[in-house]
Structure formats: C-alpha cells, structure tokens
Write a protein that binds this ligand. Structure first.
Ligand code: MRU
Length: 347
C-alpha cells in the first residue's frame, strides 16, 4: 500500500477521506474550493502539511472559476476566497502560509487570466517541496534515535498528514529502515483516534513493529523502561520553540521530562511561525464537544453535560530536546537558533 492523502494527476484532484479509515478507503473527488474547505474542517484531510497543500490547490482551482476578467473585481473575489480558505482551521500555520504564498504570486501578476495556471504550478511546487522536506526530516532525525529501544509517537504524522513520508513518522521509519531496532508505541490519540486509526494503519502497511496504547498508558510504559525517545509532529512552532501539536502532546513532554527521556518535535519549515513570539500567541482550535461525548456517533457520556475539546495544546520549548527540520536539527536556545536557521524565509 502506498497511499497519499492528496492526489493530483493534472486532471483529477482527490482527497482520501481519512474520517473513514481504516475500515473504508474512499476518496473525495473535487475541484470545488468549498468542498475542500469542508474536507479540511471535517478532518477528511488533516495534518498540518497536508492541509497546507489542500488549501493551495483549493485556491488555485477557485482562481480559475472567478467569472470576471476585470482586475480589481477579480482580486477582490480572490482575496475573499483566500481569506475563507486560510481560516478553515486556525492552529496549523501551514494553511495560512500556503495561501499567503499563492497570494503573493497572484498579486505580482498583471494579466489575471494567467493567475490560475501560475497558482496551480505553485500548489504543485508546495506539494513537491513538502515531500522533499519530509524525506530530509527523516534523514536528519533518524540520527537522534537510539540503535535499539522504544519510541512513543502521538497523533498521525505519516504520509497521510503530509505530501508523503510524514514528519515524526518519517524519522521513525527512516531509522528502522536504516537498521535500528526500534519498537514504536502509538498513542491512540483521543478524542478522534488519529493514532489508532491512521498511524497504526500506516505502520502496519510498512511492516513496522508497533504497539497501540491508550494515551494514559504512556506514563506506565515509560516507568517500565520501554521508551527511549518521544517524537511527535507540530502544527505551529513559535519563534521561541513553543510548539502547538495535537492535544496530549504537552502531557507526553511532561512525562518524558520526568523520566529523563528525550522529547523531539519533527516539522518542516512551513510549520515554523518565526514571527509568532510564543505559545500563548498561537490560536488553539476548539472543536465540537460532541467529539468528546461521542465516539463515532455512539454517545459515551450522559446527556446535558459539559465537555471541552481543544484540538491542540502547547508544549513549552523548555521541554523540547530538539526540533528536527528539513535543514537539520535545531537545539535550544530556540529563539536564537530558529531565527538563524529560518529568518531568511522558508520552504
Ligand atoms: O487535528 P489533526 O489530525 O489535523 O492534527 C494533526 C496533528 O496534530 C499532527 O501531529 C500535526 O499536524 C503534524 S502532521 C505531520
């Protein structure tokens, strides 16, 4: 199996509907930007890099359907659509980053009839660059993992979350393919179970030795000495290294610290928001509390109760041993070291 979250062959654009995995493999075939926005909101396509790529294609497709050739009316409509796409989900900066990157190209063009072709080529470039970045992240990060031992990961950071290969998962898979003898512990990742449904699906397709655990088992396996590193992805990394990632990542970092286990974040430069000063400035998406009170439409809590469903949390830079990027490994102090690696732009 080699599955990609987003497929584009120059004619047909397809999103793998990840809400249906692992039981059903079904694609959403569309070139309608509103359908793509809905797919992003529903998590049919999810994972920071993948939603950036989907957003770029959404804007490129929409730019070809604006029914005016008059420049200012065209740009007014394009800006409105860009705003709609860029705010489909708030935390992963890749979404805004991709939309801004396309809009920068669009604004530099005089003849609006050339914009759809230019934006489509740029969306393809964003996808291709992401695939390349993910490979590089794997190569750099694999060096950090021990020759033998256990690794915990959280949420899904594989091909399904990116253009291909993944971020944290690329690190783990690359290390294992290099011959390291690693056992992967996969947090199920409540409430939407990206670990159980998607990461276990991908790792079993790679024939990787992995064990699914509930999120609250992580402390116990660490205490048992089964874990030698934690690697997760990121949705946004602030200039000081504070990192937003799937809810539960912060808890894992606290546990890693208290068991003296290194904690790594793996992410491409498109996830680094160098101008965002710290974690407090990162908007955290709050999802429908029904995602907590129900598991796949089955109600698991009483009627009329309060439930809270933040999709992400912030891990302070102080708990992160290193950040693995396509350019190499960044160590603390993050404020200085991220700036010197990424101040000249990214991607
Ligand atoms: O809500 P999701 O499934 O989009 O959350 C995804 C994550 O938190 C991932 O860990 C993150 O985007 C990194 S993906 C390479």
């Amino acid at each position: 199996m080699h599955m990609r979250a987003i497929e584009w062959d120059g004619k047909e654009f397809r999103l793998l509907d990840q809400t249906k995995l692992p039981k059903t493999v079904e694609y959403i075939s569309t070139d309608d930007y509103r359908t793509i926005i809905l797919a992003i909101k529903r998590l049919s396509v999810r994972g920071a890099p993948a939603i950036g790529i989907a957003a770029a294609f959404a804007l490129a497709f929409a730019s070809g359907k604006i029914d005016t050739g008059e420049q200012s009316a065209y740009f007014k409509e394009l800006e409105k659509i860009a705003q709609e796409i860029g705010s489909a989900r708030p935390t992963a900066v890749n979404l805004r980053w991709a939309v801004d990157r396309l809009m920068k190209h669009a604004r530099s063009v005089e003849d609006v009839s050339t914009i759809p072709g230019i934006l489509l080529a740029e969306a393809e470039r964003i996808r291709d660059e992401d695939i390349h970045m993910c490979r590089q992240i794997g190569i750099h990060g694999a060096e950090l993992l021990p020759e033998t031992g256990g690794v915990i990961t959280h949420c899904n950071t594989g091909a399904l979350a990116t253009g291909d290969y993944g971020t944290a998962q690329s690190v783990i898979v690359t290390a294992i393919k290099q011959g390291k003898d690693l056992h992967v512990y996969v947090d199920e990742t409540r409430p939407l179970l990206q670990g159980a449904r998607l990461t276990m699906y991908e790792l079993s397709a790679h024939n990787i030795d992995a064990t699914l655990i509930t999120d609250n088992t992580a402390a116990f396996v660490m205490k048992q000495g089964k874990v030698h590193a934690v690697v997760t992805g990121a949705d946004r990394i602030a200039g000081n290294g504070d990192t937003a990632n799937k809810i539960g990542t912060y808890g894992l970092a606290v546990l890693a610290k208290s068991h003296a286990i290194p904690f790594y974040i793996a992410a491409p430069s498109s996830t680094i928001d160098i101008d965002c000063p710290d974690g407090d400035s990162i908007p955290i998406e709050e999802r429908d509390p029904r995602e907590v009170t129900h598991v796949f439409d089955v109600q698991i809590a009483p009627d009329n109760i309060h439930a809270y469903a933040p999709a992400f949390d912030i891990t302070p830079g102080a708990l992160i041993t290193a950040i693995i990027t396509e350019h190499g490994i960044v160590k603390p102090p993050y404020k200085d070291n991220l700036k010197s690696m990424f101040k000249g732009g990214k991607g």
